[in-house]
Ligand binder design. Sequence first.
Ligand code: ADE
Length: 243
Amino acid sequence: MSAGSPPLKLAILTPFPEMVAAVVATSILGRAAEGVVNYRIVNLFDYADPPHNKIDDEPYGGGAGMILKPEPIFRAFDAVAESDGKPARVIFPTPDGAPFTQRHAEDLARADHLMIISGHYKGVDQRVRDALVTDEYSIGDFVLTGGELPALMMIDAVVRLREGALNSSESARTDSFSTGLLDGPHYTRPREFRGQAVPEVLISGDHGKIAAWRQERREANTRERRPDIWAQYQAAEETGPRP
Ligand code: ADE
């Protein structure tokens, strides 16, 4: 499937493997399993101590909520490292992480082996973060019940950038953020629908004019909807194109 680069090794450590498995088996993420990504979904309960197989415990110092214990996570990490080698990056989704952006997705997509540790409950023992985790990201200023959905969002953002994941690499290069701008409007058939016509320029056949119109729409969209991204774009234009 992928022309050239070996598949990305992607390990996901989670107490809810079914949740992760369902999403990575679907659509483009599912198709990527054929040569673009090797998903390895690791059930943290498989690394818990019998007979109770507990993966969480009460916080030292008191307080509400349960904390993921370190042992199952360290053992699961060791198992992955032993058979697939040490992951280049170990990602922990957390509301107190750095805001996850397209730049992070692009950076992670260049790695050969990633691991995502999906926390749940109140949090994870800090020793996991101190000893294993290399990158901590938040997917927004709100709190979810667990790290699976953030992990899946990051996986989606990374996997679609790998060579061979999308049918047309063009569609990844021009979407929102990759150009430094938000994306503009798109149209398909029919030419007129319920009184709304497709902009004339798109059926003009003039590729230069179409490209200029699209650029203008992307710029207008960004200026109006995301002044913060627009300011960054303008600053970058002054200092030259991104590598
Ligand atoms: N876990 C719970 N909420 C989260 C968020 N907003 N981002 C990343 N991980 C999370």
